[in-house]
Design a protein around this ligand. Sequence first.
Ligand code: BGC
Length: 419
Amino acid sequence: MRGKRILTGVATVLAICVATTVAWAGEVEVLHWWTSGGEAAAVQQLQKMLNTEGHTWKDFAVAGGAGANAMTALKSRAVSGNPPTAAQVKGPQIQEWADLGVLTNLDDVAKAETWEKLVPEVVADIMKADGKWVAVPVNVHRINWMWCNPMVFQKAGAIYPQTWDEFFAACEKIQKAGLIPVAFGGQPWQEATAWESIVSGVGGPEFYKQTMIQADEKALASPKMVEVFEIFRKIKKYTDRNAPGRDWNLATAMVIRGEAGMQFMGDWAKGEFTAAGKVPGQDYDALTVPGTADAFLFNVDSFIMFEVKDADAKKAQKAMARLILSPDFQVVFNVNKGSIPVRSGISEDPFDAVAVKSMADFMATAKSGGLMPSMAHEMAVSPAVRGAMFDVVTNFYNSDMSPQDAARKLAAAVKEAKM
Ligand code: BGC
């Protein structure tokens, strides 16, 4: 009798387990471009958390900084009627996907998790289409950083620069010491990343807004823009011969190893230092790009979710959306990624000094007007205008085009892209 009862008990437990698995276990196929050491360490946290809830992660990683390759892969999958469950997409592109009517409405998760209260309005606006949540923000990256190796500066007898004059003085000294002043990767998006920081540093917030957000043709062709191109050209003198085509994380590795003094890059570069066990203030330092101490060029990573039919896949998809904005994930992901949490109210204790400074600067620049979306990282202008800017910047950087011609061509190309 007793034995029978135990068996019945076991059967009941098993039945519950099976029911739970069936009810909860779904698969999410996730398209992203996080393939460097720091990026992979960060995205694996999401996979782990989903697995803990019984879901399966099908990785759809497409390598290539800033995601151009990933976006091409996404379009071809969507065109063939077979999009992944979720995809890393950001800025105005979110609206473009929403306009096609293929995205899952995430309002139910948003409501249950009180996203309205937790996500800053400037970010929430980007995540919504027609007032509905169609994307989940992951983090806030800052673009206008320079990653520096203090040993290189010490060896060269150079000091950390705050102005462009000091920057070029440091470059001269590092070069004379036989080291590479600027670790650079010659790819259009990396060129645009450095260039927009120079726009902000040379012109200040108003000029940045006129050119990189409003895409005002007069400002784009102005003498200030000529100055921006002059500085950009001068920087090239301090990069090495192997820069063309180099991936951003390999450039970061040159700073980590002490072969190069500095790198212009968003704070995903910090993820590489973290993955290599390096500590800020000791092994490396993060300076704001000259002239940009009062600016915060931001870039928010996010995921859009495509409509899925299968009930379990739907559950897994909603679980992914919920987990992304959960406090635990916001900490563990951003510590690895180099970014700061996008959810408000997260303690700064687990974060390093650079992230803590970023958090303080985010708040301060939100008040001062220095918090501005990144053009290079798809937050500011339409894909067409961004493409026009990229073309002129890369053509200038890789030819002997004069800074005057570049400013003129920039205004003309943007005008055409707007039509
Ligand atoms: C993304 C980052 C990513 C970087 C390099 C940026 O556009 O926002 O998350 O680490 O590109 O791929």
